[in-house]
Design a protein around this ligand. Structure first.
Ligand code: ZN
Ligand code: MN
Length: 493
C-alpha cells in the first residue's frame, strides 16, 4: 500500500498493446505491407473499403499471430472468427474495423517482466495476458494545423495483433517494463520490427486507484490513456495520472462519479499532462457483429504445432542458458540477447572457440564498437562469427599476443580476411622455438651485464626490463610466456 496524506492506495494498471506484424502483405488483401512511402500508393479496392471488394485472410498473418501467442505463453484456439467493430472516423474507410471480438486467436498467456535495475540479477514479476486478437490497422490522418487534414491509406489493412493484459501492474515503471518485455519478445521471434517511432507498437494504459479512506475502500474511475509509443511516455503518463486521480479524489469532484464512468485520455508530451478526450458513463456501442465476408479460422492441431515449433528459444531462456553454458555474467547475456541475430552470432562463435567467454568479450567490446561507429549491422561485416572464434583461439594458443590481435582484427574489419591468413601475411606468428629464444636471451644478458648485476643486488624489476629487451630483439615474435621463463631461468643460474 502506498500513502498519500491519510489515504492508503494501490495503483492498478492494465495495458492494451497494438503491434504491427512484419508480414509481406496486408491482413486481408495482397497490397504490400511496408511503412511509409508515397501516400496512397499501396492500396486496392479491399483496403480502401470500396463496395463489393472482399477481404481474404493472409495465411502468414495467422501464422504470425500464432507465433506471437506462443511467445507470450498463450493457448492457441483451434477455432476463432472475425467480427466488425463499427465506429465513425475519417481514417476508417469501411466504417468498421475487422477484428476478433467474440473469439480471439490466443488466450490466457503470461509474461515475466524483470523489475531489477540494469545488469542486476533479475527480479521477475508475472503479468497475465487475457487475450491476443487479430485486427486490421486503420489509415493515418495528417493534420495540417489551422488548414486541413490528409489521409494516407497505406496503413489501412496493415495486420495488427492487440495484446490485452490483465490489470496486474501496480506501478508506472512496471507498465513501461511490460511494454518493453512485449516488444523484446515479439521482435526476438521475428513477428515485428518493434519500431516505435514508426508506430509499430502502441500502448493504451488503463489506470485507476484503489483507495482506502478511513477503512472504506473506493475505486477511482478508470482512465484509458491512448496510443503511447514510447516506454517513457507510458511511465510518465501513468505517473501523472496517479497524482491527478489522487488530487481529484481529495477534491470535491469525485461526488460526480457515477458507476461505469470512464475517461479516454491522451498523453501530451510537451506539457507533461494527460488530456481528457472523451468521458463515458456507458460503454461505447461498437455494434459488434460477425464479419460475414470471412470464414471462421479453423486451425488443425498439426498446423498450430508446426507454427509454434518454429518460434524458437525465447530471450529469457537464452539468457539463462548462456549464463549456465558459457559462464557469462548478467551484463554480458543481457547485451548478447538484446537481438536474436546477435545472440545467434555469438553462439556460433562460442561453439567453435576454446573460450566462449573471450568470444563474448571480443564481440561486446570490439565488434559492437565497430558496428556502433559505422552505424552498421552484423550482416554488413566482411567476416562471420567463425573468424572471431579463430582469432580468440590463436590468442589462447599463444600464437599471437592480444596486442597483435587488435591489428589482426583491424585487418579483418577492413578486408574480411581470415585471421590465419593475416597472421601468415604479416609474419606475426610467435616463435616458440626455445633454442631461438634462448639465443636471444644469451645475447641480451651479454649486452647488459650491468643490469644483471643490478638484479643480483636486489633490483627485482630489472627482470621485467630484460624480458622487454628479449621481446624487442626478437621483433616481438618471441612467445612472451616462454621468454619470461627463460629469462628467469637464466637469472636463477
Ligand atoms: Zn489492399
Ligand atoms: Mn484494437
Amino acid at each position: 500500500m502506498l500513502k498519500h496524506g491519510n489515504l492508503e492506495y494501490e495503483i492498478i494498471i492494465g495495458c492494451e498493446i497494438h503491434c504491427q506484424l512484419l508480414t509481406k502483405t496486408k491482413a486481408f488483401c495482397s497490397c504490400e505491407n511496408r511503412y511509409g512511402g508515397i501516400p496512397n500508393t499501396r492500396v486496392c479496392p479491399s483496403c480502401l473499403g470500396l463496395p463489393g471488394a472482399l477481404p481474404r485472410v493472409s495465411k502468414e498473418y495467422v501464422e504470425f499471430g500464432i507465433k506471437a501467442g506462443c511467445a507470450l505463453g498463450c493457448r492457441i484456439n483451434n477455432f476463432s472468427k472475425f467480427d466488425r467493430k463499427h465506429y465513425f472516423y475519417p481514417d476508417l474507410v469501411k466504417g468498421y474495423q475487422i477484428t476478433q471480438f467474440y473469439t480471439p486467436l490466443c488466450e490466457e498467456g503470461e509474461v515475466e517482466i524483470n523489475l531489477a535495475a540494469q545488469n542486476e540479477e533479475p527480479k521477475f514479476k508475472k503479468v497475465r495476458i487475457e487475450r491476443i486478437h487479430l485486427e486490421e490497422d486503420v489509415g493515418k490522418s495528417l493534420h495540417i494545423e489551422g488548414s486541413h487534414s490528409y489521409i494516407d491509406f497505406n496503413r489501412s489493412g496493415v495486420p495488427l495483433i492487440e495484446i490485452v493484459s490483465k490489470p496486474d501492474m501496480s506501478t508506472p515503471d512496471e507498465a513501461a517494463r511490460y511494454m518493453q518485455t512485449i516488444r523484446e519478445i515479439l521482435k526476438f521471434v521475428g513477428v515485428t520490427d518493434g519500431n516505435m517511432e514508426e508506430g509499430a507498437l502502441r500502448c493504451d494504459a488503463n489506470i485507476n486507484l484503489k483507495i482506502i479512506d478511513n477503512g472504506v475502500e473506493f475505486r477511482t474511475p478508470i482512465s484509458e490513456i491512448k496510443n503511447m509509443n514510447s516506454f517513457k511516455a507510458v511511465k510518465d503518463a501513468c505517473t501523472y495520472e496517479v497524482s491527478r486521480q489522487l488530487e481529484e479524489y481529495t477534491s470535491e469532484n469525485r461526488i460526480a462519479f457515477k458507476s461505469g464512468f470512464k475517461r479516454t485520455m491522451g498523453w501530451d508530451e510537451p506539457s507533461g499532462q494527460t488530456v481528457i478526450q472523451r468521458t463515458k458513463t456507458i460503454a461505447e456501442d461498437y455494434r459488434f457483429m460477425p464479419e460475414p465476408d470471412l470464414r471462421a479460422l479453423e486451425l488443425s492441431d498439426e498446423f498450430i504445432k508446426r507454427v509454434s515449433d518454429s518460434v524458437g528459444e525465447l530471450p529469457e531462456a537464452k539468457r539463462l542458458r548462456f549464463k549456465k553454458e558459457y559462464h557469462l555474467s548478467e551484463f554480458d547475456v543481457q547485451t548478447l540477447t538484446s537481438e536474436r541475430e546477435l545472440a545467434e552470432w555469438f553462439e556460433e562463435a562460442a561453439k567453435k572457440s576454446s573460450s566462449p567467454k573471450k568470444c563474448a568479450n571480443w564481440i561486446l567490446a570490439e565488434v559492437l564498437a565497430v558496428l556502433n561507429e559505422t552505424n552498421s549491422s552484423l550482416s554488413d561485416l566482411k567476416f562471420g562469427p567463425c573468424a572471431i572464434a579463430e582469432l580468440v583461439n590463436v590468442i589462447e594458443e599463444g600464437k599471437i599476443t592480444s596486442k597483435q590481435a587488435k591489428d589482426v582484427f583491424a585487418e579483418m574489419i577492413a578486408l574480411g580476411k581470415k585471421p590465419s591468413a593475416i597472421i601468415a601475411e604479416k609474419g606475426m606468428e610467435q616463435v616458440s622455438d626455445s633454442s631461438f629464444i634462448e639465443k636471444i636471451v644469451e645475447e641480451v644478458f651479454a649486452e647488459n651485464t650491468e643490469a644483471v648485476q643490478d638484479w643480483k643486488n636486489g633490483k627485482t624489476n630489472v627482470a621485467g626490463w630484460l624480458m622487454g629487451q628479449v621481446m624487442k630483439k626478437s621483433g616481438g615474435k618471441a612467445n612472451p610466456k616462454q621468454a619470461a621463463e627463460l629469462v628467469n631461468k637464466r637469472l636463477a643460474q
